[in-house]
Design a protein around this ligand. Structure first.
Ligand code: UTP
Length: 286
């Protein structure tokens, strides 16, 4: 079963990144030299996704513009003879076909996904929360699409988190069925610590069946008064199985300044051009 489309919601206020997010979309803040959104779209395209639907708020045009052609810049790089930069620019604009829907008010992740319904149509789709960066050899979403094809049901990515974090996450009750794979028996968004059914928290990668849209139409506001995607998937559990994938790789939360800094350092340490100087500097300042 192929998954051709992905929804990437970026319409939140990004309050944990104030004051930068007063005027810059959170996902345009760079991890080293490329905006956070680049990594999510790159993962999607490496997994064969053909079309990305951005859910943005007004004033966030920079997110989709990043993937457009920039003829003036291309000409300038050509004139300079900077073939390498030109190639990189063309790679970005050729990455994937995109469209945008506007969420007027951030009523929750579930609401953001629902308003992309028309753009997706009646077919399975992926959801990426670009705040969640998973650094791994092969795209996490590829493994999830494979599981989706095997089981024919929705798949969410999960990660074991410390107990003190469960109340800020969606948490699942798992029944292990294979290495790294569980069937989800129940799921709950932002449970009180004592009510959390496990420490397996949902991380922002989903492969979903289109009937999740129907559930989102019916679901009532939940945690934080928002329409929650977790609640819609949970609503379908009695009739539609759902699965969880414990992904390998290193996870970074780009939604917080510290998480983004860690990711930048991680990426910089892999970069031939700067890793040596960075290592020297870190050992000097420590
Ligand atoms: P977050 O919970 O991280 O919210 O949303 P946020 O507004 O981005 O950041 P904070 O918590 O205020 O610092 C997870 C993802 O879902 C999107 C966000 O843009 C982010 O990519 N989202 C959330 C929407 O697009 N719409 C919403 O109504 C809520």
């Amino acid at each position: 079963m192929s998954v051709r489309k992905a929804i990437i919601p970026v319409a939140g206020y990004g309050t944990r990144f104030l004051p930068a997010t007063r005027s810059i979309p959170k996902m345009m803040i760079p991890v080293l030299d490329r905006p956070a959104i680049h990594f999510a779209v790159d993962e999607a395209t490496r997994a064969g996704i053909e079309h990305v639907v951005f859910v943005t708020s007004r004033g966030q045009e920079a997110v989709s513009r990043y993937f457009d052609r920039i003829p003036d810049l291309e000409q300038a790089l050509k004139r300079k003879g900077d073939e390498r930069a030109l190639e990189q620019m063309l790679e970005i604009s050729d990455m994937v076909e995109t469209s945008t829907v506007v969420q007027e008010h951030p009523l929750g992740l579930g609401h953001a996904v629902l308003i992309a319904r028309e753009a997706v149509g009646n077919e399975p789709f992926a959801v990426f929360l670009p705040d969640d960066l998973i650094w791994s050899d092969s795209p996490t979403i590829s493994a999830m699409i494979e599981l989706f094809s095997r089981y024919g049901s929705s798949v969410v990515a999960v990660n074991e988190v410390p107990e003190e974090m469960v109340s800020s996450k969606g948490v699942i009750a798992p029944v292990a069925i294979d290495e790294r794979v569980s069937r989800i028996e129940a799921m709950v968004e932002k449970p009180a610590r004592e009510d959390a059914p496990s420490r397996l928290a949902i991380i922002g990668r989903y492969v979903l069946t289109p009937d999740v849209f129907d559930a989102l139409e019916r679901v009532q506001p939940g945690a934080l008064g928002e329409i929650q995607l977790t609640d819609a998937i949970a609503m379908l559990l009695p009739t539609n199985k759902a699965y969880a994938y414990e992904f390998p790789g290193t996870y970074f939360d780009l939604g917080t300044p510290l998480g983004l800094l860690k990711a930048s350092i991680h990426v910089a340490l892999q970069s031939e051009d700067i890793s040596e100087e960075l290592r020297e500097w870190i050992s000097e300042v420590l």
